[in-house]
Design a protein around this ligand. Structure first.
Ligand code: PMP
Length: 317
């Protein structure tokens, strides 16, 4: 069964969805993308897309920043994603990658008078960080872009050069992930995750004014902490040295889920073990993200492929 993509306004086998070498976005990073989880629920024979509307809202904001006009409404985008999943051969959890990009074959460094296009690809996605074991981090020598450079509230393709520099530096130095600081030296986020600290019994995370991407997992965790644990999250500027005195620390992200941070700059976080609040939030988030908590059904978008599974196809949960 071939894997499908949505490309040039139609569904086609993934192997046929190719772009030309002069595509604007390839040269100048002029696109914005999303990463959405689709969980395959073998009992219900359906995919549960987590907060898909919120992901597309954020992508459409990125399109406004980049002066892109897609011919699709929010509802269209969700529907197309569902149709793509129905057509795809997957019957296991997937990672969905929509991308809106400047598509003209033109060498011109500008946003105006360049055509736009939109695609969706689906793939499987191995665990991004070891959420069971926890991660070891360093603060990066690379700083996050700020709103005066390239607006970080958009998931803009070109911004990810900075993330890649930080991630590679961290991994080549023997760490799992980087913590990136803002241009003026405050804690911003991971290379592709938001960051939370537990400090004196309170949850603390940098606010939108600190050049973070306004993460959907971040928002989910703030709401779960409040509703389920009665814990408020304080959104405020965070000093680097607060990382060294926090009782607990964790990343949040679509790829990373809730990932405990056990060490920062060769100092143990708290007692160096997964903290109690982190563990409770990990469990709550995992349940919600898999579509298993009816209290949060507003966050779920269910897609039930009509095509029965072919014989010999493996059922994976
Ligand atoms: N920051 C950056 C730079 C990211 O790329 C991501 C991943 N999208 C996040 C934070 C986390 O955002 P979300 O929870 O919406 O995946």
């Amino acid at each position: 069964m071939p894997e499908y993509a949505f490309f040039h306004g139609q569904f086609m086998p993934l192997s046929e969805a190719k772009i030309g070498i002069m595509t604007h976005a390839l040269h100048y990073g002029t696109g914005c993308f999303e990463g959405i989880r689709g969980h395959w629920d073998s009992e219900r024979e359906s995919f549960c897309l987590f907060r898909v509307q919120d992901h597309y809202k954020r992508m459409l904001e990125g399109c406004r920043i980049l002066k892109m006009n897609l011919p699709y409404s929010l509802d269209d985008l969700c529907r197309l994603t569902g149709e793509l999943l129905e057509k795809s051969g997957y019957r296991e959890s997937v990672y969905i990658r929509p991308l809106a990009y400047k598509s003209s074959d033109v060498l011109a460094i500008r946003l105006h008078d360049v055509e736009d296009d939109f695609l969706i690809a689906v793939t499987t996605f191995p665990p991004y960080l070891d959420v069971e074991k926890g991660v070891r981090c360093c603060t990066s020598s690379w700083r996050r872009v700020d709103d005066t450079v390239v607006p970080p509230r958009g998931k803009i393709c070109g911004i990810y050069v900075g993330s890649a520099l930080a991630k590679t530096e961290a991994q080549e130095n023997g760490f799992d992930e980087a913590i990136v600081l803002t241009n003026d030296g405050h804690v911003c986020e991971g290379s592709a995750e938001n960051i939370f600290l537990a400090l004196q019994g309170k949850l603390v995370t940098p606010p939108s004014s600190e050049s973070i991407l306004m993460g959907i997992t971040r928002d989910s965790v703030i709401k779960l902490a409040k509703n389920e644990l009665g814990l408020d999250t304080i959104e405020r500027q965070v000093d680097r040295s607060e990382l060294y005195v926090a009782e607990e620390c964790f990343f949040t992200g679509t790829a990373a889920n809730v990932a405990p941070i056990l060490e920062i700059d060769r100092r143990p976080v708290g007692n160096g073990q997964i903290g109690e609040t982190t563990a409770r939030l990990q469990k709550l988030y995992a349940e919600v993200m898999l579509g298993r908590n009816p209290e949060y059904s507003d966050w779920y978008y269910l897609v039930s492929p009509a095509t029965p599974m072919q014989s010999g196809q493996k059922r994976v949960t």
